[in-house]
Design a protein around this ligand. Sequence first.
Ligand code: NAD
Length: 359
Amino acid sequence: MHPTPSILNSPSILILGGAGFIGRECARDLLGRGWRVVVLDDLSAGDQAQLSRVAPGAEFHEGDARDSQNLARLLRELGPFERVLHLAGRVGVGCVLEDPEGCRALTQDLAQSVCEALGSLPQAQRPRILAASTSEVYCDGQGLLGEDAPLRSAKGQGRWAYAASRVEAEQVLDRWWTNLHGSRDRDAQGPIHLRFFNVTGPGHDPRTGMVLPRFIQAARAGECLPVHGDGLQERTFAHARDLGKDIGDLIEMDNAPGGPLNLGGVAQTSIINLARLVLEASGQPMDRIAHVDPCAVHPSFEEVRRRAPQLDRAHKLGLCLGHRGLFELVHEMLDSPADFDNPGSHTLLPCASPASSPA
Ligand SMILES: NC(=O)c1ccc[n+]([C@@H]2O[C@H](COP(=O)([O-])OP(=O)(O)OC[C@H]3O[C@@H](n4cnc5c(N)ncnc54)[C@H](O)[C@@H]3O)[C@@H](O)[C@H]2O)c1
């Protein structure tokens, strides 16, 4: 059972980007543990109504976290905070490909603003920072990706601008912390970089372009499921509720180690098998699959064949254990209210879409 301290003794957390998909689940989990949760979000992708529904009791403030002065003011006036959870940013390869340099600038400006705002506080009032990163930071690898696997260059362009900006954001936070505190305690108290591997679940907006919400939306509409290329690329999926609990556990640890931390689920599959599972679970004909060439829409698209986390570090902390499997994840998503299935919210593919490569 979670401890439920009185409101007066509640620890406080500020979640940047807390009206977003993962942020809402973290807010829900932390409120359940008796934390006071304050959210700052510019609503560029977040949804305040969803936040109120998923995490009633979270205090919401609308604003751009790149405004470091406003962020510093919130930290001073609404704090003290024990933790800052920085989840603000863009998500989804499609979104990145639309505007790689805008995406890079956003990630960098956010990291800079967080450092400036936290740095303006007296040391005794400076909260521990946990910041979203991504599995995109890793170079392609056939095996499981551990935190020490080779990273992409912080100078990457196009498709890799987002990955590059996340590598750089990790470095910016680490440098800032070391400049203030020295390197002595960084491993015990420094920034924690949460490297997420495909977090999804009920309520995930298909407009992010992320594969499972898109498949669910297409299956519900009786449309073909758009599979990139041969569909043999492999991914791992985590349920946002499971991830929210992991992040809650991590936030409550007094001496969680700083540095990178892989966070992901156990639901590993090829994309073609995922499509088949969604069709079967939704009672759709098994031939409702369209093999599509993502380069036809985004010429700079590059596929990653396999991306799966090694979770030893998380497991040692008692995290990423007992996660829901793929079957449960898919069924829960199909059974959840179809909040985003309004016509025009996303372009679905006709079944006649050409195959770019044989399945
Ligand atoms: N969902 C995943 O599988 C996944 C994978 C890797 C990394 N991530 C990262 O984790 C974080 C959370 O992901 P998510 O799936 O919840 O995405 P999301 O888009 O649902 O949430 C991001 C939130 O940040 C807010 N935001 C964006 N720019 C902001 C700004 N300048 N100031 C204040 N708020 C701002 C958005 O309005 C949104 O509510 C993101 O940084 C994302 O890049 C997510």
